[in-house]
Write a protein that binds this ligand. Structure first.
Ligand code: LRH
Ligand code: MN
Ligand code: MN
Length: 426
């Protein structure tokens, strides 16, 4: 299924006058304060976030999974779902695949399908956290860190195969997240695990094409609950440095211990030119993978503020690979992703409003109160008319969620796919 321009125009039409009025009011105010509104709207329109193939079905938890009606049952249908998101929001212009959950069978068809929706293939993800069907060796005691050489070689070979899959799709980067670690003290030797992991990553790095990047994701715990080999940004940074210039750290918002200052991590990595990718989600407790902006929207804004600062001031850092890494147990996955995309754009727009010159003057004057005022003034601005204008300029929906419901997209998907479908993957 594919949404067309006429459908979007018809749902937009009723709200255009109100949008004009709200946009003009906000644009006047921002222009008077020295903001280049047109440039800001352009930045928003250019901001594209990849949707992971595993987020399109109801994810569930380890205690159960409640399927959602009309879930995509194939990679092609997942691409259609991302196409729907992109048509509505104009900000979901890429797909990120997890292999082997979503290994294509017909590459030409998959590429054409994506191109039809205006989608690119972003970073591709390997999976050595589960034993794959028919695999000769188990990852129960580690993959890239394994002391069992045969298991480690199998894990390295898997990553090299994933690169081959990505090459056929036009991906330009590989994301590695390892579940490797221990659940009990004394279970394994920390140093040996790290040395093995570094050696494995170097072999994978050496197998990447010259124009590819390697993203190394960290996470402090889960599924192992005593130690994780790549537990934090420092370990990831160290490994990325050991691999080489095109290896970077990937920050997943849910992969931190409570109260970590993620914005400071982002800032340090960008200064060192080593922040490569970003997984958006939100959490109350741990790696909850909740809708972006649903729990800590101010923290998200502060993180974006550092990202924007880095994008403007750190040419040593590459363009970032943005992806949503959320899961849904009780919501329609597409509605949830629309909410996440909106929250990301909102935080980005607000951080673009921060007057960096005034902030740096207030910092120099040690005017702590003024520093806070500058940040919160931007944060308290209702930027939604700017997001709407960016979407309209690209032919998207004025209100993506309302349009999704008005156009009865889920019903159409159920009619096309059947009611009790189950998504592949996680
Ligand atoms: C691990 C993770 C990683 C995986 C995805 C399924 O928690 O964030 O990015 O690839 O979840
Ligand atoms: Mn992640
Ligand atoms: Mn995660």
């Amino acid at each position: 299924m594919q949404l067309n321009k006429e459908q979007l125009q018809s749902v937009n039409s009723g709200g255009l006058d109100r949008h004009e009025a709200e946009f003009d009011f906000l644009a006047d105010k921002l222009t008077a304060a020295g903001t280049d509104v047109e440039a800001l709207v352009g930045d928003l329109a250019d901001f594209q976030v990849a949707i992971p193939s595993w987020a399109l079905g109801a994810g569930g938890t380890r205690f159960g999974r409640f399927s959602f009606y009309g879930e995509p049952g194939s990679l092609e249908q997942k691409i259609d779902d991302v196409g729907i998101l992109h048509a509505l929001t104009q900000t979901a212009g890429a797909v990120s695949l997890h292999i082997p959950w979503d290994t294509p069978t017909d590459y030409v068809a998959v590429r054409e399908r994506a191109a039809d929706h205006g989608l690119a293939f972003d970073a591709i993800n390997s999976n050595t956290f589960q034993d794959q069907q028919g695999a000769a060796h188990s990852y129960k005691h580690g993959s890239l860190s394994a002391t069992d050489e045969a298991a480690r070689e199998q894990a390295i070979a898997h990553n090299l195969e994933v690169i081959e899959v990505g090459k056929k799709l036009g991906s330009k980067s590989l994301t590695v997240w390892l579940a490797d670690g221990t659940t009990f003290p004394g279970q394994r030797n920390f140093q040996r695990s790290l040395v093995q992991t570094e050696d494995s990553l170097k072999q994978i790095y050496a197998g990447m094409p010259a124009d590819w990047k390697l993203y190394i994701e960290y996470k402090p715990y889960e599924p192992n609950f005593y130690s994780t080999v790549i537990q934090d940004w420092g370990t990831s940074f160290m490994l990325a440095n050991a691999c080489g210039e095109r290896a970077y750290t990937l920050v997943d918002l849910g992969h931190h211990l409570p109260n970590s200052n993620i914005e400071q991590i982002v800032s340090t990595l960008m200064l060192k030119g080593k922040l490569g990718g970003f997984h958006f989600n939100d959490s109350k407790y741990g790696d909850d993978d909740l809708t972006v902006g649903s729990i800590k929207p101010y923290a998200l804004f502060l993180i974006f503020n550092e990202l924007v600062y880095g994008m403007r001031n750190n040419p040593q850092n590459p363009d970032l690979a943005w992806m949503i890494d959320a899961s849904h147990n009780v919501k329609d996955p597409l509605e949830d992703l629309i909410q996440s995309l909106e929250a990301i754009q909102e935080a980005y727009a607000k951080s673009l409003l921060v007057d960096q010159d005034r902030l740096s003057a207030a910092q120099a004057a040690h005017d702590v109160v003024e520093c806070q005022e500058i940040l919160q003034d931007a944060y308290r601005t209702d930027v939604r008319p700017l997001l709407q204008r960016a979407r309209l300029n690209r032919g998207g929906a004025l209100h993506p969620l309302r349009a999704y419901r008005k156009l009865d997209v889920r019903d159409a998907l159920v009619r096309e796919r059947g009611r009790n479908t189950v998504a592949t993957g996680l």
